[in-house]
Design a protein around this ligand. Structure first.
Ligand code: MTE
Length: 382
């Protein structure tokens, strides 16, 4: 759901009172620290990664996608505090220095926007029309959320952890708060990250502190994290209900779904795409290497297959050595075109629970979890 559209009028009124640079053409917008990105929105920034960002296992910081609901907050790492309250015996207020003194862990994980690929659903659904680049894979380093919660001494009866960042609601757009289950919060890979790809988490990605919730939809990865509240019940604010919910059972494309028939989204589905060749590539002649990436929510990738004959036959691709839960797995396949002309290349991944990508992702009113088999058209010239 794009809450932004609903409140855009209010926000524009507010903007009129703010100093602002004139809007550049969408594609020519330059954002400090970023290479040219696909710009869905310039303020607050919503930037999609270009395809070449996925040539490497880790997505470079300057090409990593950005998704904000609200304007970025002012950040002062020197005075930053992470408070922990609610159902705890020892409420905490931790500085960055105190967090850095705790044991640190490195977790490679894909951060993916729940609506990544929304632009491919038919019939079209409102909201940001993401294509493939609303996600990226990074190495996150920080403190286990479980260690922080152990310090705070969670009381019996706790079931959820509400996470809030320093960005604030604007006009009718509410504060951005998400709840994750205590079970997920206590998993060893759920961390409060201070670093992203070996550098302090950039401000645009939530630095100095952001929540990393491997395998779960990006909405949970709270940026500018400054408050954790342990609670018995799930938070019921706008960003938990009705936003980021999915039909409990498949619905006919184009139909509305009653709120009581929607459930909170957590883990992401198995997915792959071909990074090279790019769609529309003209290949002179001879063999061509097909390369891409695959990932699968909280699971590992076990297999990627490539079809070069419109899905009639499938061949197993070679998988990259990096093989972690919740992270990219690279793949490559050496293709010998059968002759000149237009060819369709397809990729489909299978995860460690045996789930395989569908031909067509299930339509849903908010356009979430698009994971159809990927397809790329190539013209072989000689
Ligand atoms: N955290 C805060 N505080 N505010 C936000 O608007 N957006 C969420 C999540 N965390 C958001 C947030 C969404 S919807 C996504 S997909 C990811 O951050 C995007 O993270 P990125 O901008 O670092 O790529």
């Amino acid at each position: 759901m794009n809450s932004w559209a609903a409140t855009r009028k209010d926000f524009l009124r507010l903007l009129a009172a703010m100093p602002m640079a004139p809007l550049a053409g969408a594609q020519s917008l330059t954002v400090p620290g970023k290479r040219p990105m696909l710009v869905h929105n310039d303020f607050p920034e919503v930037l999609e990664s270009p395809l070449e960002a996925f040539e490497t296992w880790l997505t470079p910081l300057d090409a990593f996608f950005v998704r904000q609901h609200l304007p970025r907050p002012k950040v002062d790492p020197g005075s930053w505090k992470l408070t922990v309250d609610g159902l705890v015996d020892m409420p905490l207020s931790l500085s960055l220095a105190q967090l850095k003194a705790m044991p640190m862990y490195t977790v490679p994980a894909v951060l993916e926007c729940t609506g990544n690929g929304r632009g491919y659903f038919k019939p079209a659904v409102p909201g940001l029309q993401w294509k493939k680049g609303g996600m990226g894979n990074a190495e996150w380093r920080g403190v286990k959320l479980a260690d922080i919660l152990a310090q705070a001494k969670v009381k019996p009866g706790a079931g959820f952890v509400d996470a809030d960042g320093a960005d604030k609601g604007v006009a009718k757009t509410p504060d951005y708060i998400r709840s994750i289950s205590l079970k997920k919060a206590l998993l060893p890979d759920t961390i409060v990250a201070l670093e992203m790809n070996g550098q302090p988490v950039p401000e645009i990605h939530g630095g100095p502190l952001r929540l990393v919730v491997p395998g779960w939809n990006g909405a949970n990865w709270i940026k500018w994290l400054n408050k954790l509240t342990v609670a018995a019940q799930m938070n019921n604010g706008f960003y938990m209900n009705p936003a980021y919910r999915y039909p409990k059972r498949p619905v006919p494309p184009g139909t509305a779904v009653k709120p009581e028939d929607l459930a909170v989204l957590e883990t992401m589905p198995v997915k792959s795409f071909i990074v090279s060749p790019a769609d529309g590539y003209k290949h002179p002649s001879g063999a061509l290497e097909v390369r891409g990436i695959a990932w699968a929510g909280e699971r590992k990738i076990m297999k990627v297959e490539v079809s070069t004959d419109r899905g009639i036959t499938w061949s197993t691709a070679q998988l990259g050595k990096e093989n972690f839960d919740s992270s990219f797995r690279m793949f490559r396949y050496s293709w010998k075109p059968s002759g000149p002309g237009y060819h369709l290349l397809m990729s489909r991944a299978t995860d460690s629970k045996g789930a395989t990508q569908p031909i067509d992702a299930a339509w849903n009113p908010s356009g979430y979890l698009w994971n159809s088999i990927d397809r790329v058209g190539v013209v072989v010239e000689g």
